[in-house]
Ligand binder design. Structure first.
Ligand code: GLN
Length: 296
């Protein structure tokens, strides 16, 4: 119950914070305002940048091909990131289920289209988008300055943070404590970027489940990973707990990525996200999927 409540609180914080564009407090030297402090008054929210041109671009969207297959938005994801995307017996899009998958489906439907999913490694998503293999990425993907150089991001729809998963008997209480510990991360995740920026040695795994297995088996001491996913793993594996350090790990915002300059698709996505944030649908999805995870 405690876990659910905490996650719900995080979800309710969605779209209320300014975008820090980095995952780690200490390493955000180039982000300008709100570097080390996350303002809590909602000033300077990131969606201001998209709202102005949205109406004009939407008018242009009309008959031009905004996606690779007409009438279909092909979303790339990495279905290894519960509760946002995972493979299920019956998912909301084919076998794919989770908060992101439900959002993707609703975005497509709001625009009179259908949603398709291409499942691939997290590391391959941005390249696949750039190559036109997929139309958009929805993968619990954090907006970062580096990624912004390669893709355009939608209005953020979820606020998260990196946390540390440790064994229950661990003496790790803060990020500084992991300096001389064996650290596991997942390759290409912002957790890896954080640990790298901190200057600590680490081992990177392809999947979160692999890193968590190393931890459970005592072959590593800490896994640095996104908060909601960490809660799912701790719920699934006895003997593990979460340690937070909000000074070391700043809040992150998840958003949907499209090819640079695909404003027609971005506007369609943003309109749907804005509506789903405003009417509470995304918040409800967050609660639904975290409760399901906790109840398993
Ligand atoms: N939020 C993290 C990132 O963007 C992890 C995302 C994921 O694994 N799907 O790197």
């Amino acid at each position: 119950m405690k876990k659910v409540t905490k996650t719900a609180a995080l979800i309710l914080a969605m779209a209320m914070t300014v975008s820090a564009l980095t995952a780690c407090g200490e390493s955000s030297a180039t982000t300008g305002a709100a570097d080390t402090e996350t303002a809590d008054d909602g000033a300077g929210t990131t969606d201001a940048a998209v709202s102005d041109e949205a109406a004009d671009d939407a008018a242009d969207a009309g008959s031009t091909a905004v996606t690779r297959t007409e009438g279909v938005i092909t979303f790339g994801t990495n279905a290894e990131f519960p509760p946002f995307e995972f493979v299920a017996g019956t998912g909301v899009i084919d076998q794919y289920d989770g908060i992101d998958m439900a959002i993707a489906k609703q975005i497509a439907e709001e625009n009179g289209m259908t949603a398709a999913v291409e499942n691939m490694e997290f590391d391959s998503l941005i390249v696949a988008l750039q190559n036109g293999q997929i139309d958009a990425v929805i993968a619990g993907m954090t907006v970062t300055e580096e990624r912004l150089e390669a893709v355009d991001f939608s209005t953020p729809y979820y606020t998260a943070t990196q946390v540390m998963i440790v064994r229950e008997d661990s003496d790790i209480a803060a990020a500084a404590d992991i300096a001389d510990k064996k650290i596991c991360v997942v390759q290409g995740y912002t957790g890896e970027v954080c640990v790298k920026d901190m200057g600590y040695p680490y081992e990177a795994f392809k999947k979160g489940t692999e890193a968590v297995m190393e931890l459970a088996n005592g072959r590593c001491d800490v896994v640095v990973i996104d908060s909601a996913t960490a809660q799912k793993y701790v719920g699934d594996n006895a003997g593990l707990k979460i340690v937070e350090d909000s000074a070391a790990f700043e809040s992150e915002e998840y958003a949907i990525a499209v090819q640079k300059g695909n404003t027609a698709l971005l506007d369609m996505i943003n309109k749907a996200i804005d509506a789903k944030l405003a009417d509470g649908t995304i918040s409800e999805l967050g609660v639904k999927y975290t409760e399901e995870a906790a109840a398993e």
